[in-house]
Design a protein around this ligand. Structure first.
Ligand code: MRU
Length: 347
């Protein structure tokens, strides 16, 4: 597995791997301000639900530095403003809000302490979020691997590997764990229009990690399934509603319909921080709509009339009845999802 760090914080500051430059350049950029962090998340320099959560957590370290250092009250007012601002960077992946709220709760618990001590506490909490992400992804990989065996092939969409998390990734974690243990799982990776995360990121990281990966255009998935070249579909998730409906990269819903038709099991894979028990069904999940230029200039040059009408949702919602199971760090949740997800949180 490529040992890449999507987000790195140390004495020299906060750095993110600019995934928009891949596969041509492997470039880390230094984040100097909260505004730069906001921009990095909004423009997908750092993306993928778990990595967004980690980036947002460290962005709050910069927020703590920018805040007034006078008193707890004034510090907290500025900190909270920065937190609310960061929460507007992207609407769908719940990990963003989960990480921001977790740090906010921790700061409030330290009410009355000096801004200097609060900054240290925020660094510690962000470090914990990152470390827990690594551990969670490993556990997700272990559970996912129980469904796979040597020589099997999966189809995946978008990017859910090391470039979307802190290590291993989510839907791709079983593939990396298998590789570590000398078992080979083949991957068919959808290129994932319009921003090509599958081509630019998934095929890049798997290819350089020595995984048998085949890149396909999104419209080839039906053929691959019909040919029986894949035995399962593993996709990530940006938010899961309490009834098991899954919001994930646009195109996921279509894949789930195809998988159902071909009798192929369809798994959504992600940490429990992606499950939003406050949302009853997928209809309530806010779906990000992005600019027309991503489609008109999506391949780096103009491919459609400048002013043509464009519909560009970044995510879709797959209804729970198309989902075979949800693989989390706590185990595999199967239907009925409403009951079984509630049980998972009650444990
Ligand atoms: O728009 P992106 O690139 O952030 O979309 C990412 C996805 O849809 C992933 O499948 C999801 O975040 C899972 S991350 C492991």
């Amino acid at each position: 597995m490529m040992e890449l760090q999507t987000v790195r914080y140390g004495e020299d500051g906060l750095f993110i791997l600019d995934t928009t430059k891949l596969p041509r350049n492997l470039e880390y950029i230094k984040m100097e301000t909260v505004e730069e962090c906001f921009d990095a998340i909004r423009t997908l320099k750092v993306r993928g639900a778990p990595a967004i959560g980690v980036a947002a957590a460290y962005a709050l370290v910069l927020a703590a530095e920018e805040a007034r250092q006078t008193s707890y009250e004034e510090f907290y007012e500025d900190f909270k403003r920065a937190k609310d601002y960061l929460a507007k960077s992207r609407p769908t992946a719940v990990n963003l809000f989960w990480a921001l709220d977790r740090i906010d709760r921790m700061v409030q618990k330290h009410r009355g302490e000096s801004p200097h001590r609060l900054r240290t506490a925020i660094i510690d909490e962000a470090d914990r979020i990152k470390q827990e992400d690594v551990e969670m992804c490993r556990k997700i990989g272990e559970h996912g691997l129980t469904l796979l065996s040597d020589g099997m092939a999966i189809l995946t969409h978008c990017n859910t590997g090391v470039l979307a998390a802190s290590r291993y990734g989510t839907a791709i974690a079983p593939v990396y764990l298998a590789k570590e243990r000398g078992t080979n799982i083949k991957v068919f990776a959808d290129e994932t229009r319009p921003l090509l995360q599958g081509a630019r990121l998934t095929s890049y990281e798997l290819f350089h990690s020595g995984v048998d990966v085949t890149l396909i255009c999104d419209n080839m998935a039906a053929m691959v399934m019909k040919n029986k070249w894949v035995q399962a579909v593993f996709i990530g998730c940006d938010r899961i509603a309490a009834n098991g409906d899954v919001a994930n990269k646009i195109g996921t819903y279509g894949l789930a319909v195809l998988a159902k038709h071909h009798g192929i099991p369809f798994y959504s894979v992600g940490p429990t921080s992606t499950i939003d028990m406050e949302i009853a069904t997928g209809d309530e999940i806010p779906i990000e709509e992005r600019g027309a230029e991503e489609i008109i200039y999506g391949l780096g040059y103009q491919i459609a009339p400048e002013d043509v009408k464009v519909y560009n949702p970044a995510f879709d919602v797959t209804p729970n009845e198309l989902i075979t199971g949800i693989i989390t760090e706590k185990g595999i949740v199967r239907p009925p999802f409403r009951e079984n997800l509630a049980k998972l949180f009650a444990e």
